[in-house]
Design a protein around this ligand. Structure first.
Ligand code: BES
Ligand code: ZN
Ligand code: ZN
Length: 499
């Protein structure tokens, strides 16, 4: 975790004389000539006519100036998108997250940031503090590495970041908040990136307990013997083939103040998905250490909520299992009697996520929360539908859907609502059990969600989030490119903050 190696401060004055330093400035497209001129005077620089023409051109977006006469060792001037190229909510987060690795390559130790005044970016962000928060998140997210297994690591020297906000802005609280939030995103990312050889169900549980109990969250494990006693046969069946026994994590965060709402968060914690007897080809298996991302997201959200002391009561339920192959494997053709009493016909052992979640959702329902949200890398089909960056949401509740869509836009963790009509239930009927774990090929992300819904108390508002795309690394942003992403932590913290 390199979060500690970055030190972000709010400064009131230009901070120009630090050694190995780089400054970042912004200009607006519509006033580019005038604002550029001011900066050329401020840093006492001459640029070539060619550089200037390129920068003033529509396509010119950045100017890199080594050794300006005054001030830092390097200077970046960025022209904010304007006009048709609209400034996006993710512009600063993405820009700073992409910049940080470059700074490490240049061996920069001090970054000076001069953000544009809010008036120049108004209308894009929810409010002023969120605008600044995106800058800080970008810096922090850009500093993430998962390199514990590399003998030769790229050098990350300690970076100090000085941000000079507008006069009336108190940046301290925003820096603290973003720091706590991103720390939890880091925690989730470390869990998801960890290979399955290390992150067994037990290890997942131990790390979660270590991190969260220190933060005032109650963490309890339902181990194999208790799973048997309770009749959690879905979790047991999927976990049976592995030498690493399954368990169910139960977490609880209770705020000190009276809670506005009790929300249950359920996460798929398959620490490795080989497919079981319906075995996957090698290519399909490679990233399946990340099949616990839903569970990782749940523990990250609860950790962040506790750090930020959100006034919501949270219950986390994460079944942690390895879907493996052995003489004890569960088999296509099996019928499992789940914790709820409903029976499941197993037609494909690779559709294991929905089976383990059946017990978890029933357990969550019994806690009588005001709503249940689950997170799962459930289907390849949702990635076919939406591509990598966007999660699918499935719910009958318009309020939850609208609020998640709004949060997703705001924090740039996009979600998209897919159909969830009861018609799809006809596709997973079974002749010999209450429900089948496999529907036809078409609409299979939806039938997977409808299967889950069978195990949720009908009176409780429910939403399923399939994050098989965005939980895994993808090139949509600079901070999701190299490692599994921790998708959902920032999204749901924003959602919960608004309840
Ligand atoms: N863990 C996979 C889904 C997955 C695929 C997650 C790719 C991330 C990336 C899940 O358990 C699975 O294997 N689903 C099958 C379902 C099928 C057997 C009905 C799938 O999507 O092919
Ligand atoms: Zn599977
Ligand atoms: Zn899976």
């Amino acid at each position: 975790m390199y979060y500690n190696k970055i030190d972000i401060k709010s400064v009131r004055k230009d901070y120009s004389k630090a050694a190995s330093s780089l400054a970042v400035e912004f200009v607006q497209e519509k006033a580019v000539e005038k604002q550029l001129k001011t900066l050329l005077v401020k840093y006492n620089i001459n640029i070539s006519i060619l550089q200037k023409t390129n920068f003033l051109d529509k396509k010119g977006r950045e100017l890199f100036i080594p050794n300006p006469e005054s001030g830092p060792d390097y200077l970046y001037i960025y022209k904010l998108p304007g006009g048709e190229d609209k400034l996006s909510v993710d512009y600063f987060r993405n820009l700073f997250a992409g910049l940080i690795p470059r700074l490490h390559k240049l061996n920069i130790k001090s970054l000076q940031v001069y953000p544009s005044p809010y008036s120049q970016v108004r209308g894009v962000f929810e409010n002023t503090s969120y605008y600044y928060q995106t800058i800080i998140e970008g810096v922090l997210l850009g500093n993430y590495r998962f390199n514990i297994y590399k003998s030769v690591k790229d050098s990350l020297s300690k970076l100090s970041v000085n941000i000079k906000p507008e006069e009336e802005i108190k940046l301290g609280a925003i820096i603290r908040k973003a720091g706590l939030l991103v720390e939890s995103v880091y925690f989730t990312r470390d869990l998801v990136n960890e290979p399955a050889i290390t992150l067994t169900p037990q290890e997942f549980a131990i790390r979660t307990k270590q991190e969260l109990t220190g933060n005032g969250v109650k963490v309890r494990f339902i181990k194999k013997a208790e799973l048997k006693k309770l009749g959690m046969n879905s979790v047991l069946a999927v976990g049976e083939a592995s030498d690493n026994p399954p368990l169910m994590m139960v977490l609880e965060y209770k705020p000190k103040v009276k809670a506005k709402r009790k929300v249950a968060l359920v996460g798929k914690g398959v620490t490795y998905d080989s497919g079981g007897l319906s075995i996957k080809p090698t290519n399909g298996m490679i990233e399946m250490n990340a099949d616990m991302a839903g569970g990782g997201t749940v523990v990250g959200i609860i950790n962040a909520a506790a750090s930020l002391q959100l006034p919501v009561h949270l219950i986390g339920v994460v079944p942690a299992v390895e879907n493996m192959v052995s003489g004890r494997s569960y088999k296509p053709g099996d019928i499992i009697k789940s914790y709820s009493g409903k029976t499941i016909e197993v037609k494909d052992t690779d559709a294991e996520g929905r089976i383990v979640l059946a017990d978890a959702l029933h357990y969550a329902s019994k806690q009588k929360p005001d709503e249940i949200i689950d997170f799962a890398t459930l289907t390849g089909a949702v990635v076919v539908a939406l591509g990598l960056p966007t999660a699918g949401i499935f719910t009958k509740n318009d309020n939850i859907a609208d609020a998640l869509l709004a949060s997703g836009k705001k924090v740039n963790e996009p979600v998209w609502r897919l159909p969830f009509d009861d018609y799809y239930n006809t596709l997973i009927e079974s002749d010999i059990a209450d429900v089948s774990n496999l529907g036809p090929r078409w609409g299979s992300a939806i039938t997977a969600g409808k299967f889950l819904e069978h195990f949720v108390d009908k009176k409780i508002p429910y939403c399923h989030i399939d994050l098989a795309g965005p939980a895994l690394k993808h090139k949509f942003t600079s901070y999701t490119e190299k490692y599994d992403t921790g998708f959902g932590v920032r999204l749901v913290i924003d959602y919960l903050s608004k309840l």
